[in-house]
Design a protein around this ligand. Sequence first.
Ligand code: 6MZ
Ligand code: ZN
Length: 348
Amino acid sequence: MENEADAFYRELPKVELHAHLNGSVSVNTIEKLISRKPHLNIEHGMTAIGKGQRRTLDECFQVFKVIHQLVDSEEDILMVATDVIREFAADGVKYLELRSTPREEKRTGLTKKGYIESVIKAIKNCKSEGLDIDVRFLVAIDRRNGTEVAMETVKLAEEFMQSTDGLVLGLDLSGDPTVGHGKDLLPALLRAKNCGLKLSLHLSEVPSQQEESNLLLSLPPDRIGHGTFLHPEMGGSQSLVDQVVTNNIPLELCLTSNVKGQTVPCYSKHHFQYWYQMGHPSIICTDDKGVFSTNLSQEYQLTATTFGLSHEAIWKLSQQAIDWIFAPDAVKQQLKQKWEAMKPQVFK
Ligand SMILES: CNc1ncnc2c1ncn2[C@@H]1O[C@H](COP(=O)(O)O)[C@@H](O)[C@H]1O
Ligand SMILES: [Zn+2]
């Protein structure tokens, strides 16, 4: 990370709802992984995009491949998830929904089930360490893998939802947006919805996906990742916007990710402005804090400086994010109380 955010943003209690596990791996953790696997000849420059640097979205997906080589056993996943949770907690995140795509790896004996179990174990370990952060898990579907894998993933998520007492709350649909089509995944997503899994879907992250977005919005999802090209100014349409507004579907907005991945030309042109001005639920998130060299405090500060938001407005933004978590109402109430209790200290 290049710049530390100011104290206000670091002390601000925050909710993180869009964080991919393997995109969130810090430089420190990458170092540990590299020393475990020196034969891979991986260097830091291959796993993160620094200040002022940009990559095409396609190049970003190459970075994930490199990280996946480094993280390929239960032991790695346990370490990575534990480190990531501790880092979010140290950044003032009080509630975190982590998402990750279960992988299997013949060489290390990793199974998809073992993958999810390792993440759950990390969550439980962090809880017993007494970290002041409530962590939940969303099982991710990589869109590139098609219908069958999607269905298999939903079944796994269902099992874990039942066996983890609310730790697994839902599903994420992600992966290279230029590969595959949402229509192939619709049956799996419908099944997920019907069995009570919440849905957060990457939608219109790249241009020209109106048809797919229209189809996926018919579910409708519980939250939208990015939604960069939904509105007419970006080549989307008023009818897509109307569907999002009518169903009051919150957007998870990741400024640095979109600027560094070049789907948005610069911070001031980020679609946060469009949705926030409308009063539509807009949630500031990191996406991949490791790959994009950022953290949530920094994203809030960038939002404030780019769009001229006061500390009060930023407070409201972080507090309102509580309404859109996937955990039940009792958790929302607890978090709201926590925010109230912390307010005097943050505004001291
Ligand atoms: C930059 N915008 C993005 N758009 C779409 N999918 C993304 C993404 N950033 C991350 N992922 C998804 O998350 C995976 C890495 O974490 P996990 O191995 O699942 O923990 C990537 O392989 C991709 O499927
Ligand atoms: Zn994402």
